[in-house]
Design a protein around this ligand. Sequence first.
Ligand code: XMP
Length: 513
Amino acid sequence: MTRQIIIILDFGSQYTQLIARRVRENKVFSKIIPFNTPAEEIAAMSPKGLILSGGPASVTSKKSPYPDKGIFKLGLPILGICYGMQVITETLKGRVKHTKKREFGKTELFIDDNRDLFNHLPGNLTCWASHGDFVTKLPPGFHTSAHTLNTPIAAISNRRSKIYAVQFHPEVTHTEKGNQILSNFLFKVCGCLGRWNMRSFIKETIENTKKIIAKDKVVLGLSGGVDSAVAALLIHKAIGRNLRCIFINNGLLRAGESEQVKEVFRTAFHLNLGYVDRSKRFLMRLRGVTDPEEKRKIIGDEFIKVFEEEAHKIKKVKYLAQGTLYPDVIESMSPIGSPSARIKSHHNVGGLPAHMKLKLIEPLRDLFKDEVRLIARELNLPDNVIFRQPFPGPGLAIRIVGEVTCERLDLLREVDKRVLEEIRNAGLYEGVWQSFAVLLPIKSVGVMGDERTYENVAALRCVLSVDGMTADWVKLPYEVLEKISNRIINEVKGVNRVVYDISSKPPATIEWE
Ligand code: XMP
């Protein structure tokens, strides 16, 4: 069966990704594309329906974004949401007016036509709206299917051409029965079957990869995180040992990490895995360096050099595989200054060296992180890979403030190991975004037994975050803090003081460097 797809035209709403997610939760594959994608390109994707997202613009302004008019001639079912409804109205010769009377937040929706979109819904429900423009005249062939006290035309439909639109946001959880409205569109209007799931994704991906790559060779940088791991396993299932994975030990890893990667991927999953220990080279180049940006640059450069050297050893390699995820793809293509077009503060050091001339293969570029975790589960990856907290490419180097030396790395590994053990023991590991230790470039006086000590200070960092862009420090129970501090000071020689970082991001960042 070919994959059924719903196309979402992105007009820059902060909820566009949410629409994509809601559609997928209904087991229908969805894809977000720029609002101005030509109609022929859309037709070539053979979608079952189109959704026009909301957005920050106003159709009453001259510069407002419009889709290719040809989309209305494709005969496809269309659902417009908020700005999407206004675009439909203006394009099909209705009228939208800007008023000072904004409708924002929860409001009562009264349903006037309970067929199609509003099937199986009560006569009134709470919906969530956010708009200052109102449809004041229906386009020919349309009728009003719902209203609110402030918005006489809150939903419109044209049953003949299967075009529907709502002024509120069915994709947000504050809209009661929002999912029913979306699933009515998917199943009643578009005739979707709802058969897309992770198992079917795995099957399709393996088949496609086989077809595309055939007998060519692929190289992949394995980091130990879930994304590169899942990408590797999927490609491995398609082409076996023609996938060469490279794991680079840069000497900046946490305790036990390289052993774990070898154990899981070489022994348990039989991947063709090259393990290269280049820790000496990395540490040599980092000698005497204390500036955070310089550290990052050196590590990034060196990583790419080592990766290229290793890739060149493999004869006839044609492809580079990466575990790129959908949010990164969406960010890089956003046509409008939408909230999703954020500036990245860093890049993953596993990125593509521009001059390598390898073709890219990114089997996860259509997936969200939690979908990748579901696949990881289907593929039987162990939990410590699936739920591993994010770990930065430059590794422990940016958690040692000041110069990175072998001794300080060893010290931080011992501290970090205990932090993670105690966070796990407290059952907090998977609930927090990251929990780790930072080694500070200062010493403090202490007393142990009858002896005066003058030793290192470790800072503990534990944050909650959804995407790493903003973060809050975790209010860890005192008992957990106490246990971590006691263990570090008693068990790790060279540390006599532990402090807790209580800064949020912004204005601080998660990492110290
Ligand atoms: P910051 O410190 O910028 O970190 O608040 C946000 C998130 O990104 C991770 N991070 C990195 N990840 N390469 C990576 O792959 C990097 O250079 C890098 N720098 C920071 C950090 O651990 C946090 O989750």
